[in-house]
Design a protein around this ligand. Structure first.
Ligand code: 6AU
Length: 276
């Protein structure tokens, strides 16, 4: 299966520049960890990113939750991305018609397409959502993830919905680089007997990962990095509160130690997967 190949091998086969760069960064930093920085103050946002930066390949933002947002925050984020060598994923979860998402992606206060290497979208509107986002993102070498499954209890994204998301992605492989999902879906990636040069590959980025909790009391469900990478064939673990706890008054040394701990757990699970 494709996900049993190394990140470095897989980097060579992706045509999308953001997917390639992410896989190369994962390999170079030996980190399949993405930290989700869900805090509302720009000071805390930058402090967390500077602390976890050395241990991540990807930083995930919800830029619309920042109370004191000014565009200069994006410049600070880009400086940190160069300093620590990570990519940026804005978790915007687009879900509207093609024309609207193209405007939401390119314009407004946040101008997401100008700085986020990767963003994501719900497949619910059908293929036109990809077309709309690609009209903005492809010329900028951006990549898109489709939400094929969700980590919350009772999520509706399952079965035929998930299968349709995969079909939509297959029709747009220049822009859709993979999925937000809980496991590698059947048949996604190189299958036994296929020629590796002809096989498709998609990245599976997975949220709902925690070493110390199984839920957050609000529907979120957690499993370990080992379950996600080794057991479910995912490529990147997305971890938020497992690393920084509760925002406000945080112990930044602890945040750093936690990110090291998750990096190591994610990478060891990958090494084990290569051997299995
Ligand atoms: O580790 P947490 O629970 O503190 O944060 C998980 C992060 C949040 C969610 O908005 C996001 O991952 N997320 C997503 C994404 C990445 O699209 C999908 C999903 O199904 N579950 C989920 O938690 O920022």
């Amino acid at each position: 299966m494709a996900y049993l190949n190394t990140y470095a091998d897989r980097a060579k086969k992706f045509i999308n520049p953001s997917a390639k760069l992410l896989l190369e960064t994962i390999e170079r930093k030996q980190s399949n960890l993405c930290v989700s920085v869900d805090v509302t103050s720009s000071k805390e946002f930058l402090a967390i990113i500077d602390a976890v930066g050395p241990y991540v390949s990807l930083i995930k933002t919800h830029i619309d939750i920042i109370d004191d947002f000014e565009f200069s925050l994006i410049h600070r984020l880009q400086e940190l991305s160069i300093k620590h060598n990570f990519l940026i994923f804005e978790d915007r979860k687009f879900a509207d018609i093609g024309n609207t998402v193209a405007l939401q992606y390119s314009s407004g206060v946040h101008r997401i397409a100008t700085w986020a290497h990767i963003t994501n979208a719900h497949p619910v509107p059908g293929p036109s959502i990809i077309k709309g986002l690609a009209s903005v993102g492809l010329p900028l070498n951006r990549g898109l993830l489709l939400l094929a499954e969700m980590s919350t209890a009772g999520a509706l994204a399952r079965g035929p919905y998930t299968e349709d998301a995969v079909r939509m992605a297959r029709d747009a492989r220049d822009f859709v680089i993979g999925f937000i999902a809980q496991h590698r879906m059947e048949g996604v990636g190189l299958c036994e007997g296929q020629n590796p040069d002809e096989a498709e590959d998609f990245l599976i980025l997975t949220p709902g990962v925690g070493l110390d909790a199984t839920n957050d009391g609000l529907g979120q469900q957690y499993r370990t990095p080992e379950d996600a990478i080794l057991g479910s064939g995912c490529d990147v673990i997305i971890v938020g509160r497992g690393i920084y706890g509760r925002p406000g008054n945080m112990d930044i040394d602890k945040v750093q130690r936690q990110s090291e701990r998750y990096r190591e757990a994610g990478w060891n699970a990958y090494l084990q997967r290569l051997k299995s």
